[in-house]
Design a protein around this ligand. Structure first.
Ligand code: XMP
Length: 514
């Protein structure tokens, strides 16, 4: 394993992903972890991430010098670089020498371990206040910028390396190459980690964990639960039962994808509960967004628990495990605990024993989203499932502004299917994070079609670009694609006479309308 020491901000996750793209397994540890604990993980190399602090700020994270004396190769980036410099006796000046954004870097030792084979002038991404003016003893300075005399240093004997910039971001043109040089040349690591190894490892681990008991997995139609289920299915076959609650708020063909394609690809034991009537009844007369969300959430738990109860009552070994599609970022963001948590399922359904506890099986807890997609593809899941864009749990229920009725759902499903079809045909699926299609059911406007006046509803297109859904911008997509979607929706979907584009970023708008 390569450890990425997290000094704050979001850099560590990106670095960990880049290391894995170099086919080397990486894990993130907090900078507060004692060095002895880091070394106990037997890391083949350690990378120190950037961070928001100045090394001179009061309370700025520090590092124990022992980290550099353990014989483990270390690569410091940005804050990690400055910390390495000051800890080992170099000089970092707090002199206002700032650099932000794309910066030209001059490489002074073209054949160095880090820069071998890269041009002597290259563009890198900087984001720092203080600057290193003297490398520690024993280090060779290998790059500089107009502002920073020491922008990279290397000590091949001790296997210690550092760069002032952020090699992990796309704007550092040779960043990935420099990172790979550290891993392969500096640290001597063989690049052999693949998602294929993950499948083998996880299958063995799941078999060991579950033994001859049974497990349940809730499928939502999303990527994570589908891949988690497929992995567990591969490990324990018929000991797994998947439950899919059809709340009637899915998009066109999505329920069929789970019912047919997922089962065809995995052979999983699937229990589909058609609860659409129940959800529609519960939602009747409700237009307040929060109330809709609460109702959908509540009904979902009830239906899922009822299904669980039925499975518990079937003949067979004890049902002791619940499979969840938790991903690595969830684990890192919640403090990075290891080990398996026990959760109690919520029992609002009469008849469920009060004290069933499931142990969690979380086979994706080491993986990033893009890796989950690769694992899914290797497990034979179809693209329609593996490449799915995010879709909210409450489904189309929160994309109808106004009361949710069957007719409105059918109408929105048609409009949404047309938009998705055209976005895919235009090759825009990768550029667009997601594109909610929203029905303004309580709004009508006047239009004209053929010779007649119409009085129909608007459909809103909300294409957004984003990295993580926390912030987003509206996607500047080609007018001809918008025109085609608009023409088709107004022609093909009855009662819709207007298509409008949402040009609001997040913030202030959210991605969904409700
Ligand atoms: P907002 O609308 O808050 O959405 O900008 C951010 C992201 O979260 C998705 N979303 C949800 N996902 N259950 C989910 O599983 C929900 O209730 C929910 N609400 C919003 C939304 O689609 C976007 O990707």
């Amino acid at each position: 394993v390569v450890l990425v020491v997290d000094f704050g901000a979001q850099y560590a996750q990106l670095i960990a992903r880049r290391v894995r793209e170099a086919r080397v397994y990486s894990e993130i540890v907090p900078s507060t972890m004692p060095v002895a604990e880091m070394l106990a993980k037997n890391p083949k190399a350690i990378i120190l991430s950037g961070g928001p602090s100045s090394v001179y700020a009061e309370g700025a994270p520090r590092l124990d010098r022992a980290l550099f004396e353990a014989g483990v190769p270390v690569f410091g980036m940005c804050y990690g670089f400055q910390l390495m410099a000051t800890t080992l006796g170099g000089t970092v000046d707090d002199n206002g020498a700032r650099e932000y954004g794309r910066t030209p870097l001059s490489v002074s030792r073209a054949g160095s371990t880090l820069f071998e084979g890269t041009p002597t002038e290259q563009s890198v991404w900087m984001s720092h206040g203080d600057a290193c003016s003297a490398a520690p003893e024993g280090f060779t300075v290998t790059a500089s910028t107009d502002v920073v005399p020491v922008a990279a240093f290397e000590n091949d004997e001790k296997k210690l390396y550092g760069v002032q910039y952020h090699p992990e971001v796309m704007h550092s043109t040779y960043g990935q190459q420099v990172l790979e040089h550290f891993l392969y040349r500096g640290a001597g690591i063989e690049p052999n980690w693949t998602t294929g190894n993950v499948i083998e490892e996880q299958v063995a681990a799941i078999r060991e964990q579950v033994g001859d008991k049974r497990a349940i997995c809730g499928l939502s139609g999303g990527v994570d639960s589908a891949v988690a289920a497929a992995l567990v299915q591969k490990a324990i076959g018929s000991q797994l039962t998947c439950v899919y609650v059809d709340h009637g708020l899915m998009r066109k063909d999505e329920t069929e994808q789970v019912e047919k394609d997922f089962v065809a690809a995995t052979g999983a034991n699937l229990k589909v509960v058609d609860a659409s009537e129940r959800f529609l009844n519960a939602l009747a007369g409700v237009s307040d967004p929060e109330t809709k969300r609460k109702i959908i959430g509540r009904e979902f738990i009830r239906v899922f628990e009822q299904a669980q109860l039925e499975i518990l009552q079937e003949d067979g070994p004890e049902v002791a495990f619940l499979v969840q599609g938790t991903l690595y970022p969830d684990i890192v963001e919640s403090g990075g605990g290891t080990g398996t948590a026990n959760i109690k399922s919520h029992h609002n359904v009469g008849g469920l024993p009060d004290d069933i506890e499931f142990e969690l099986v979380e086979p994706l807890r080491q993986l990033f989203k893009d890796e989950v997609r690769m694992v899914g593809a290797e497990l034979g899941l179809p693209d329609e499932i593996v490449q799915r864009q995010p879709f909210p749990g409450p489904g189309l229920g929160i994309r109808i502004v106004g009361e949710v009725t069957k007719d409105r759902l059918d109408l929105l499903r048609e409009a949404d299917a047309i938009a998705r079809e055209e976005l895919t045909a235009a090759g825009l699926d990768r550029d667009i994070w997601q594109c909610p299609v929203v029905l303004l059911a309580d709004v009508r406007s006047v239009g004209v079609q053929g010779d007649g006046r119409t009085y129909g509803h608007p459909i809103v297109l909300r294409p957004v670009s984003s990295e993580d859904a926390m912030t987003a911008d509206w996607t500047r997509m080609p007018y001809d694609v918008l025109a085609k979607i608009s023409t088709r929706i107004t022609n093909e979907v009855a009662d819709v006479n207007r298509v409008v584009l949402d040009v609001t970023s997040k913030p202030p708008g959210t991605i969904e309308w409700e």
